[in-house]
Design a protein around this ligand. Sequence first.
Ligand code: ADP
Ligand code: GN1
Ligand code: MG
Length: 373
Amino acid sequence: MGEVKSDADFPLDNILAAYFSDSHSVSVQPFGSGHINDTFLVSHSSIERHLLQRINHQVFNDVAGLMDNMERVTQHVQQALEKRNDTRFTTLRIIPTLEGSLFHLDPSGNYWRMITFIPNSITYDLVTSAEQARQAGYAFGYFQQLLSDLTGNTLQETIPQFHAMDNRFRIFDQALKADAVQRVELAKKEIAFALSRRQSMIEWQAMVSQPEFPRRVTHNDTKFNNVLLDEESQQAICVIDLDTVMPGVIGYDFGDAIRTIANTALEDETELGKVAVNLEFYEVFAQGFLGEVGSKLDQIELESLHFAPNYMTFIMGLRMLTDYIQGDIYYKTSHAEHNLQRAKAQFTLVKKLEEASKSTNRILTSIVENEDN
Ligand code: ADP
Ligand code: GN1
Ligand code: MG
């Protein structure tokens, strides 16, 4: 293999040599569309394929801790699936370096990991059928279920206070004050919206932070494109993107999933008129999810689910808006207004969720009542 460079211009030869003794016979191509890490498909001989990922260590400060979490989680899920004789669902596994390490640190200070590639699988950014929404509900609910008996030390917080609203508002306030790239004026309307919802968001956070509120192992990034579907059967087969699997509350996973799964438009839709809540997708997702975990949840957790999609959609909008004001230092963007556009689309969805609350409350209550019977 000649020198392979990624989009970000990393020479990959050295990294591949950490994983393959015959790295010259490996080919590499950029893969996927995440906002944080860089992913490459690695093909070795004609059969074996893996994914090589550069872990964004500005975002994940403790890569060793993150990889320890991921190894425990994937091992546990694999064992749980074996116990259940489940051959439909699967998990990705970490492929260690030739020296047996869970990651590789290259000479320029970048961190890399290799994971198994799940063949014949596909992801989508947008849900286009009720069956897809049901599959996603089943996948995230089942994943939660599989991890519910993970024992031992609690998983490390790979991003401290990831979904803590007060923390996100503190960073937002600082960004407004600094106005480092003179964008505050350009985002006046979105800033006003963010401030108008501050109190209700902080109230939900306070509710789920009470000492008696159950903490679980949650995925924390339950976008639809983090579920692999079987290309042919279109059934959910794997939950991926495990960087943020750590302690959390159930509403984080339910809420973030609704944000993309019951949304009729993409996360960065420019035509805001297209952004709406699809009640059918909301309902079947909730059925799939609660069908797996519902019986395990306390009353207080079930109640928290009503507002969870508003909270998670809002917090994503707030983070995107903050990143816009800070000059795009966190998320990958494809143009200067991208983060603002994302924030607008997220805040529009928050308003749509507010308008739909009577219907969504009714749907959720009826699913919970049916589960009880
Ligand atoms: P990011 O954190 O950047 O979103 P992901 O881990 O979600 O990265 O991977 C990006 C994309 O790569 C996914 O949306 C999916 O399409 C594909 N992908 C990730 N892991 C696997 C896997 N183990 N097998 C097959 N495809 C995968
Ligand atoms: C990021 O890695 P990716 O693209 O799946 C982000 C999530 C956001 C999401 C918005 C570690 O997820 O929190 O919901 O973008 N992940 C991190 O699309 O910040
Ligand atoms: Mg992803």
